[in-house]
Design a protein around this ligand. Sequence first.
Ligand SMILES: [Zn+2]
Length: 232
Amino acid sequence: MRGNIISYMEMCQKEGASLQKGMNFRLKGKHSVILMSVRENSPYQDEITEDGTVLIYEGHDVPNTKDIVSPKLLDQPEFRESGSLNENGKFHKASQGYKNGIKGPDIVQVYEKIKKGIWSDNGYFHLVDSWIQKEEHRNVFKFKLVAVEGVTDETIPEDVTDRDVKRSRIIPASVKLEVWKRDKGKCITCGATDELHFDHILPYSKGGASLKSDNIQLLCARHNLQKSAKIQ
Ligand SMILES: [Zn+2]
């Protein structure tokens, strides 16, 4: 669920796979999974824009092997050595297919590293565009993903045909970190430290802000459920 805080192990359990790479196209033939980070020391330039509703995700470099001195000086590849598409290539092909009206959008589950050992479930996105961008020394892939509501684990990517989706919004990592520190990594109601969730005090759907820590608090799964039951 979007806004949940999870560990790396829980992430792998949820996806039924060992998530070694940042980009995983159609894991098990269903949705794709990407791992993002906007932390200063992260290797790629991922960016949240349009009020938290859009993720611009950077493609990945050539694998770091003994023969390659500096992957950061080389164009990001689209193909493997064998000539088949790599993850950049597969995501690129899927988003171009959507852009050109050939297919529905691929569904992508996004996880974000907040700090060591702490990940946030950023929920499901639609992969809607991609391009190759010229940087100082080389070309990199950029992928545009829109946070959407109403996608579940059972949604099959190819069955999504509606192009007018309800956008959702994610909380910026800087706000999440601030809230985590302020609430000391605990549910503010009972002090529980597991199954935590970044909760909008005034819900986003009712006009509550996502961009300021004043409107975000840590709640455990139980107190989050209790609160949403009250609101509805
Ligand atoms: Zn609680």
